[in-house]
Design a protein. Structure first.
Length: 152
């Protein structure tokens, strides 16, 4: 579940996966236990543990003159905190989009390494209605783009 969460899998799919793996569990229990696992384990305990591990590893690299390796350490704690590890998805979330909308948009985005500015520009050029996105995601993107214009 940890990898699925970091790859941006929606909560509903995590719940479905849990319910398939634990046959006798009711949907109510599957939902509660999945949300509990995400909030208390993945987004709290694992974030702290991976953050600590990364800092210890970075210190070991510095102590042995391997600063270049230190720079290449992935931000696993961040990925766990926001539930995304794809740079483009993280950029969409940084723009203020929900994790759900960011995940759906990332699925159709041809480039997986957009910066925040590149993600905003790409979104401004898309016709999300033609691409089949729900009105809720279109509204969320439209509001984000309006905020971006107002802030500029």
């Amino acid at each position: 579940m940890l990898l699925q969460w970091m790859r941006g899998m929606p909560i509903s799919e995590l719940v479905d996966g849990r319910q398939r793996s634990i046959k006798n569990e009711s949907i109510n229990i599957a939902i509660r236990s999945t949300l509990d696992l995400v909030e208390n384990e993945l987004r709290f305990n694992y974030v702290r543990a991976f953050g600590c591990y990364t800092e210890l590893l970075a210190e070991a690299f510095r102590a042995h003159g391997l600063e270049e390796l230190q720079k290449s350490l992935p931000s696993i704690a961040l990925y766990l905190e926001i539930g995304a590890s794809d740079k483009t998805m993280i950029s969409f979330i940084s723009l203020g989009l929900s994790r759900f909308a960011a995940g759906r948009l990332t699925n159709i985005c041809p480039i997986k390494s957009f910066s925040v500015a590149e993600a905003r520009l790409w979104l401004s050029r898309q016709d999300l209605e033609v691409l089949g996105f729900s009105r809720y995601i279109r509204l969320e993107v439209d509001q984000m783009l309006k905020r971006s214009v107002a802030a500029a």
